[in-house]
Design a protein around this ligand. Structure first.
Ligand SMILES: *Cc1c(COP(=O)(O)O)cnc(C)c1O
Length: 492
């Protein structure tokens, strides 16, 4: 496939050239159209679509210049279970669930039917002053399955807006109860909570944050309990205890000005799939209670069964004051998010209209009925099928298949929590020396995967697997075999 991939690249360049204004003026419009048509059809629909795309679209998280030569742009025409199929009919196993959102497969028939049915009934109605059964049922169902004590759901459109809502609600709560000096947040080193200014403020990844720093809130950054940072012979639990002590010292100094601590329970995903012990969350809840600050759990990536339990907080028996959900909420079919919170928080916003203490935050598409229908279909699958049990079998297979990579001279830090597994490509395993970033080893790994029909998009040199729950054990085997070849190709 590499040959055809580079063909489509040169196809794209040629189409680009043909669309160039100067070229156009030299060739008649008809001739150009004929050449483009003959190049694109039937040889490569991919090339033609990629060329059109790159003339008009600006893609997320991408240096667009790379698409000139280095990176293919792949037009996907349809999805089928764990597979994506491009315009030329090539298939890719979606090993990362399209940014960790897909749970039960692309174009899942049950979710698709729920969407179609709802769309034929009611697309949207404003969610202030109006409501509808899908939103009522979804809130009831989410609160039923969430950690005990969460009693209210606030809907929004995507993950970052859920984080904004949790931050604003926490701040506003303290304002409403007369603690106006509380204006700051504590977040963890290596955290990621989204790209809007508030969410980016409490994130700690310089790649995304540095340039915007002058625009952002100044959070207090606590050390991460990530056990990859442990001392020799230290266990994950011991790292957690040490990091809780660090956090206690921070709270001792800053609790009086702090609204909330925000964490990604169990796995910091964008920050390189860094994992910690559930004991950290248990201790964190206790510290937040002791110092009277809120706990915001950002389960946007890890919620809905990804870590082995429905919500990661369950593994620590913890109820946060705010639980942020998105990505898997609709099974990956539609943009939607929710913030669940407690009656205690909710009640602090009740009062006379004139007191102006209501939460006036709004998004036009809050509680969108079609998105609610997709989420309800997703939750029905969880209720009716043995999803978590099946995930445990898949996770065990994944663990078994990646274990031999421990011996690879250029792999370090193999780690797994439920259906999230990751490892780092390193120049030297013993010293854990990374490759110089300019060598783009992760990119080589990504390109190798595409060539072999696998979507395995690493985070820098951290490669990871977050497959949809509908993946089979055979597909897990293929995925890990291809990744193993890709590691050799990228590090050889
Ligand atoms: C993806 C993600 C977000 C942001 O969600 P978007 O829908 O991309 O805005 C926030 N927090 C975590 C932990 C995420 O993984």
């Amino acid at each position: 496939m590499f040959a055809s991939a580079s063909w489509s690249q040169s196809g794209y360049n040629a189409v680009h050239w043909l669309r160039n204004e100067e070229t156009k003026s030299r060739l008649s419009a008809l001739a150009v159209a004929a050449i483009i048509a003959s190049m694109s059809e039937p040889k490569s629909c991919n090339a033609a679509l990629a060329a059109r795309d790159l003339r008009v679209n600006w893609h997320p998280c991408t240096q667009m210049r790379e698409h000139d030569a280095r990176l293919p742009m792949i037009p996907i025409r349809h999805g089928e279970g764990a597979w994506l199929i491009d315009a030329d009919g090539r298939r890719y196993l979606d090993c990362i669930s399209s940014w960790w959102s897909n749970l039960f497969g692309h174009a899942n028939p049950r979710i698709a039917a729920a969407i179609a049915e709802q769309a034929a009934k009611l697309n949207h109605v404003m969610f202030a002053g109006f409501t509808h059964e899908p939103a009522i049922r979804l809130a009831e169902e989410l609160l039923r399955i969430a950690p005990p004590g969460l009693a209210r759901a606030f809907f929004a459109g995507d993950g970052a807006s859920a984080v904004e809502i949790a931050l604003k609600m926490s701040f506003h709560y303290w304002h409403n109860v007369g603690r106006c000096e509380r204006t700051r947040f504590i977040s963890l080193m290596n955290a990621y909570h989204g790209e809007t200014l508030g969410a980016l403020s409490v994130s700690d990844l310089p790649l995304y944050r540095a340039v915007y720093a002058p625009l952002l809130l100044q959070p207090i950054i606590a050390p991460s309990p990530d056990w990859l940072d442990c001392e020799p012979n230290e266990s994950a639990e011991e790292v957690a205890i040490r990091r809780l002590q660090d956090l206690r010292e921070i709270l001792e100094r800053h609790a009086h000005e702090t609204c909330a601590v925000i964490v990604e329970p169990l796995v910091q995903c964008s920050g390189g799939m860094r994992m910690h012990s559930p004991g950290y969350l248990t201790g964190l809840r206790k510290l937040c209670d002791e110092y009277e600050v809120h706990l915001i759990a950002d389960e946007i990536a890890v919620g809905f069964g990804r870590t082995g339990t429905m919500f990661a907080c369950e593994q620590a028996n913890v109820t946060p004051d705010f639980l942020c959900l998105s990505k898997g909420l609709t099974g990956g079919a539609l943009a939607m998010s929710a913030v669940l919170t407690t009656d205690r928080v909710y009640e602090a916003f009740l009062g006379d209209y004139a007191a102006n203490n209501a939460f006036l935050h709004s998004h036009t598409f809050s509680g969108n009925p079609i998105a609610c229908a997709a989420a309800l279909a997703t939750l029905a699958i969880f209720r009716e099928e043995p999803v978590l049990e099946n995930n445990r079998l898949l996770a065990a297979r994944l663990a078994e298949r990646i274990a031999p990579l421990c011996d690879h001279p250029h792999v370090s830090g193999i780690r797994q929590t439920g259906l999230i597994a990751a490892m780092d490509l390193v120049a030297d395993r013993k010293t854990r020396t990374p490759y110089p970033p300019a060598q783009r080893r992760g990119l080589r790994f990504y390109l190798h995967g595409l060539q072999k029909g696998m979507l395995l998009r690493p985070l820098g040199d951290t490669i990871y697997f977050i497959p949809p729950y509908c993946i089979t054990t055979d597909e897990i085997d293929r995925m890990v075999d291809t990744a193993t070849e890709g590691i050799s190709a990228a590090t050889g």
